[in-house]
Write a protein that binds this ligand. Sequence first.
Ligand SMILES: [Zn+2]
Length: 348
Amino acid sequence: MEYDACRRALVPHPMTVSCHFTRRTFLRLMTVAGLATRARPGVARAQTPATIPAFSYPLGLPDRPLGDGLLVRHGYATENTWYNPGWWHTGEDWYLPGGETGGLGVYAAAAGEVVFAGSEYPGRVVIIAHADGLYSMYGHLDYALAIAPGQVVERGQLLGTVLTRDDGRAPSHLHFEIRTFFTTSEVNGDAPRYGVGCGYECPPGPGYWPIDAPEHPSVLGWRNPTHVINRRAWGEVVAEGATVIVAEAAAASTTLWSVPADVAGAEPLGELTLTAGDRYPIIAVDTGEEDGTGTSAEAYRVWYRIVLPEDAEGWVQAAVPDAFDTGSDGRPSSVRFAFVPEVMAAAT
Ligand SMILES: [Zn+2]
């Protein structure tokens, strides 16, 4: 059976049996893989104001797009079984896999005003107030902060660096939250229900919420940070000229889809070979809800519609649930990025 017809016949389990490519399909995909523009490491591409997203990831390696090469080891509303079993994480823990995360730059996820900088978390906590009643929170920063309360910051501005830790409780990492409150009564205000590492009138907040609590963290006002960033990066319409790159953590290939794989009628178009640094124009983003009440990394949903050579298009999965760490029910707690927006820290 030819490739396309074979793929259609295999729904709903298209990945369990391999279909052979026709020569034409094979050549088309080889062309796709071979002609992607290679982003040279260390060379920042010129960015125009229109193509720079309003939101971007909070951690970056030097001279690399924000988020590239990094792992969300414990995602939003996932269980961290080795640190705090029985609790949902209310943010994302960002790590440099196989390396020392301490010392990496932490950057404002969006423009806003610094409303808090302090607290032994361990390390400093910074909280920024943004438009639309959103707050971003950055935990476990070094004590040499680059900013102070009252300061207005731009997206991608350096806030500080990740604290290098030797306290034996957890390896160096960034704890990153996006939420709709600075303090709110039952979380970290005048009547905190659970005092996990924080308590009465403590703006950093607990960082965790019990799995057996009646409300999901989203009901209290926490948000899925990766969903917020991707939904609001360019807004409803992606700016013409915006690009994404294949992240260093990407698998060797990914399936190209006619629409995101979980949308009715989705059809696989073929396999796209991935090479870290390959650059593609992006024309649409499809993400899960910011206040979704799913749990585990399986609740992460970020898809990009990218343009391939010869004007072909397809949807690719940008944030991939990963079983690097799992919850006690075996579901993945980690998130690996296959693609990241090509956006750098602010030049300051
Ligand atoms: Zn955390």
